[in-house]
Design a protein around this ligand. Structure first.
Ligand code: ZN
Length: 317
């Protein structure tokens, strides 16, 4: 046997030993975990660690309230080993498909629906549900991690996911501390967060900002002219300094507000574009939950008179 053949034989033997190892044999192929939004996928990734394929159904810049699954999306849902979604009607038009998938025996978890109701805010559009935008409060979002771990244990009995839960809690606590520090210096009169749709109630409650929005909790109904006029009156009365657009919502109404306020002699600044129901481009910093929240916190703090570090929490903006 020449030396190359010997090396090949040793490699084969080593591979055979690996395959025969009970731990790996038990694990089998990598299960596919399908998450609806990027924020849910990121939460699941933090808890699951390596060993799973994690996919996202609703892409960058797409509004989950309006998302209609194609036949291919439904097939992906039914093929996945486990499905994680936000719940509380965030995935408005897909909720029935998700509920149907849940009756077919595979693990499926609505992460925001695992929180006790008294921690959640009301939903005027769907009185049977709570406000779905739970990820906007990092401490509340971290509380969804244990339920993710329990669901993963159904796929991998005996595996311990508590390290991922703890790491998630620490990572999100750091983000929360940054938000409190960056937003605290905003003067009392400017502590109004005016956005396109009502995605920021948890954020406002956590960081003591009054929240106003042109549209309701869902984006399913368009803002009316009466909405816009009422909002312009409020802006002028309260001397609200800035309005924020959202990456997943058209900015027509935001521009109408800026014009409307200007016509009444009040300058309303465009505070920037926030990530509300969708993260940034995959593979970029704002394409992660932490990056998206860092961007939002830093943009809001800057526009309303706080003094955040120019490149945010991790110097990556
Ligand atoms: Zn929303």
């Amino acid at each position: 046997m020449n030396s190359y053949a010997a090396i090949g034989r040793r490699a084969l033997l080593a591979a055979g030993t690996l395959l025969a190892s009970p731990a790996l044999a038990q694990r089998g192929p990598r299960p596919t975990l399908l998450a609806t939004t990027g924020m849910v996928a990121d939460l699941v990734r933090g808890v699951a660690g390596e060993g799973f394929n994690i996919e996202t159904l609703i892409g960058e810049g797409v509004d989950p309230h309006l998302f209609r699954p194609t036949r291919n999306d439904v097939a992906r849902l039914l093929r996945a080993d486990a499905v994680f979604y936000n719940g509380h009607r965030l995935e408005g038009r897909m909720t029935e498909v998700l509920e149907r998938a849940a009756t077919q025996g595979r693990p499926i978890l609505a992460v925001a629906e695992t929180l006790p109701r008294e921690r959640l805010r009301p939903n005027d559009d769907y009185p049977d549900a709570a406000d779905p935008h739970v990820w906007m409060d990092p401490t509340l979002w971290a509380e969804c991690a244990p339920a993710v771990a329990r669901t993963l244990t159904r796929l991998r009995p005996g595996e311990d996911f508590s390290r991922g839960v703890e790491a998630t809690r620490l990572r999100l606590a750091r983000l929360d501390t940054y938000a409190r520090e960056a937003l605290a210096p905003i003067p009392a009169a400017s502590r109004v967060l005016l956005t396109a749709h009502d995605a920021f109630a948890y954020f406002g409650a956590r960081y003591e900002l009054e929240v106003e929005s042109i549209q309701g909790l869902s984006t399913e109904a368009e803002a009316s002219l009466a909405n816009i006029e009422a909002m312009v009156r409020l802006i002028v009365e309260r001397r609200i300094p800035a309005v924020f657009a959202e990456s997943s919502v058209p900015d027509r109404a935001v521009r109408a507000l800026i014009e409307g306020a200007g016509a009444r002699g009040q300058r309303l600044a465009m505070g920037g574009v926030l990530y509300s129901d969708s993260m940034g481009r995959p593979g970029t910093y704002t394409g992660t939950y932490e990056g998206m929240m860092d961007h939002n916190i830093t943009t809001i703090a800057r526009a309303l008179g706080g003094n955040p570090p120019p490149r945010g929490l991790n110097n990556r903006l």
